[in-house]
Design a protein around this ligand. Structure first.
Ligand SMILES: Cc1cc2nc3c(=O)[nH]c(=O)nc-3n(C[C@H](O)[C@H](O)[C@H](O)COP(=O)(O)OP(=O)(O)OC[C@H]3O[C@@H](n4cnc5c(N)ncnc54)[C@H](O)[C@@H]3O)c2cc1C
Length: 300
């Protein structure tokens, strides 16, 4: 039986590769100083959805909410096997906290469902590496009134309208069964995300949103006008769908800064300094002493 999967992915600053001042004085992220990447656990979520499609058939739609340049992660999703990608972008959603983000994403998932005649599975990463809250997946599930399985590590079985999922918990694993439709938040140990396929990269390398046309015309002057470029991409199914808040029937008072009760008042920079080194004797006693110290420091 084929399944309709929706995957929510976020473009995030590469927090392992900071090249300038990471935060602005107003407490928002200085995205210009940081290279942008596909949120790592969202790649695991996409992989899990693609495996469902490989095994049972169906359709994988990938949605991201972000600025126009977030289309880059959508192209990455197309290269890996997504059937359709959608950019939800609207200046009025800027500054959204998790409450507002999850509301906007819930509206987008509903719109996807309207277009596809419903959805069976919504996949999120467990956590984004910039905001780090791990709240968006569970909040989207609540707002869609869906059951949710967090920390999903593998799908044990999927039959008709029932799914069995193994969850990775700090002290072990848990296997849960749930009716569809449901939402999964996927952990980084779930799978090895497939690399972009060379064949799909060749097919989809020109995929673009209309918001990118003016920049693209500088690279491809042979198209002369945005209309000509749009027609070319439209005929080849390479025009990436762009929605704004109104397109997904969002109530603007519930998104952006107005819809966000969280206000970042102050950012503190924490500098972790090394505290020298300590040598342990290569003996049973030395090993016991090392283990005791690690336990005391809550490392073990
Ligand atoms: C330093 C910092 C601190 C912050 N502190 C808070 C805070 O305390 N409270 C608060 O409410 N907000 C906070 N925010 C804002 C928060 O980052 C945004 O609301 C963000 O859009 C979603 O939260 P998250 O990054 O924590 O996502 P998470 O909840 O960690 O993301 C989980 C999953 O949800 C999906 N997802 C998340 N965002 C998107 C998106 N834009 N498009 C598609 N899928 C998405 C992805 O699958 C992702 O893996 C903070 C942001 C920063 C940079």
């Amino acid at each position: 039986m084929p399944y309709n999967c929706v995957v929510l992915v976020k473009q995030v600053p590469d927090t392992t590769n900071i090249t300038g001042k990471a935060m602005k004085d107003d407490g928002t992220v200085n995205r210009a100083a940081l290279p942008a990447i596909f949120n790592p656990e969202d790649l695991n979520a996409l992989e899990m959805a693609l495996q469902v499609k490989d095994r049972y058939g169906g359709h994988v739609t990938v949605v991201t909410m972000g600025p126009p340049r977030a289309a880059a992660v959508l192209r990455q999703a197309l290269y890996r096997g997504a059937d359709q990608v959608i950019l939800l972008t609207d200046r009025k959603t800027a500054g959204s906290d998790t409450l507002a983000t999850s509301y906007a994403l819930k509206c987008a998932v509903e719109r996807v469902g309207d277009r596809l005649g419903g959805y069976d599975l919504v996949f999120c990463g467990r956590q984004a590496i910039d905001g780090d809250t791990a709240q968006v997946g569970p909040q989207v599930a609540e707002k869609l009134d869906l059951p949710q399985i967090t920390y999903a590590e593998s799908i044990e079985s999927l039959q008709d309208q029932k799914i069995v999922v193994q969850r990775a918990l700090p002290l072990g694993i848990e296997v849960v069964e749930c009716n569809l439709p449901c939402l999964l938040t996927v952990v980084g140990t779930a799978n090895q995300p497939r690399p972009p396929s060379a064949r799909r990269m060749i097919t989809h390398k020109l995929a673009a949103t209309p918001l990118e046309y003016s920049a693209l015309l500088k690279r491809w002057p042979e198209f002369e006008t945005e209309e000509a470029l749009d027609q070319y991409l439209g005929e080849r199914d390479l025009r990436i769908t762009v929605w704004n808040g109104a397109d997904v029937n969002a109530d603007y008072s519930r998104v952006g800064l107005d819809g966000s009760p969280t206000k970042v008042l102050k950012i503190n920079y924490v500098v972790l300094k090394g505290d020298g080194s300590k040598e342990f004797e290569a003996s049973q006693a030395g090993l016991s002493e090392l283990i005791q110290e690690l336990v005391q420091d809550y490392i073990l």
